[in-house]
Ligand binder design. Structure first.
Ligand code: GUN
Length: 297
């Protein structure tokens, strides 16, 4: 069994990005600039946005963090997105999800300019991804593909079972795994809350992507010997032995599943750092594409 080490792989990819930024600036390019919007004070969202901003600093990107109270209106948030769309200094925009219940995430995401959609959530980005056209890929599925690529894991023809059908992980994951690319060319099954015989289907998987958001959902009796297991879950559970009173666990019962696997991602330090790599690669690409457009116009 080999651990797929997100910290190690992301450090390696970040070094490449850092060098690319230096080369880009040496050619007269400007620093990539990511603008992040955080609404409310959900502790998990605060932590995610904090590490995205920190990564920008460490890679030589500019960043702007816009924070708004929980009670802002949808119209105000969209006007802020529009302001960033029009801001020449900004290359990439991300609106951290989830948003408060009174704000439609679709309406806000639809307002982001596709040219600055570094999260890859806009319908144009998702449509292009589905058609195999160049675009910004959603950061977590992109990060998982980068991880498989880094470890040279050949998934050609494998049966991949994705558990969870969210727009930001499960559904785009099925598309990337099945595309005619390397890595890719897998046969994919998407399981969700209405799936019958879920356990029997997961038992057939050569590769499992667990993206359900339920702690320890994937147990050892669901996993075939030699399977590759990618755990996207980040769940906080009570733990009286910790100073904070809680700890992070994935969607997979790691201790019991790991001995069965050929490869497995841990939580934390697995998929999480790879998501940031995906976002940073998208932001650098957005900056470069924007520069090309302004030269061309
Ligand atoms: N919430 C959970 N994951 C993500 C992500 O990748 N991007 C944004 N914007 N919000 C999220």
């Amino acid at each position: 069994m080999q651990i797929l080490d997100g910290t190690l792989v992301s450090a390696h990819i970040k070094e490449q990005i850092k060098q690319e930024v230096i080369d880009w600036q040496a050619q007269g390019g400007k620093k990539p600039h990511l603008a992040a919007i955080l609404v409310g004070n959900n502790p998990a969202s605060e932590a995610y946005v904090g590490s995205k901003v920190k990564s920008c600093e460490s890679l030589g990107f500019d960043s702007t963090l816009l924070r708004f109270n929980e009670d802002i209106t949808e119209a105000f948030l969209i006007s802020e997105v529009n302001r960033l769309n029009d801001d020449e200094a900004v290359d990439g925009i991300l609106v951290q999800l989830p948003l408060p219940r009174h704000i439609s995430p679709d309406a806000v995401i639809n307002a982001i300019s596709p040219a600055k959609d570094v999260d890859g959530f806009h319908p144009i980005s998702q449509g292009k991804m589905m058609l195999g056209q160049p675009t910004f890929l959603p950061a977590t599925p992109y990060g998982i593909m980068l991880m498989l690529e880094h470890y040279n894991i050949n998934i050609d023809g494998l049966h991949c079972v994705v558990i969870g059908r969210s727009n930001i992980v499960g559904t785009p994951m099925t598309i990337l795994l099945s595309r005619n690319t390397t890595p890719g060319n897998a046969t994919v099954t998407l399981c969700h809350s209405r799936t019958k015989k879920l356990k029997e289907i997961v038992q057939q998987a050569d590769l499992i992507v667990a993206a359900i958001g339920k702690p320890y959902f994937v147990t050892a009796d669901m996993v075939k010997k030699g399977a590759i297991v990618i755990d996207v879950g980040i769940n906080r559970i009570d733990d009286a032995t910790k100073k904070s009173g809680s700890r992070l666990v994935g969607d997979v019962d790691f201790d019991n599943v790991a001995p069965l696997c050929s490869y497995i991602t841990p939580v934390p330090k697995g998929v999480g750092p790879m998501t940031i790599c995906g976002l940073m690669k998208n932001t650098l690409l957005a900056a470069k594409q924007k520069a090309q457009v302004s030269v061309g116009s």
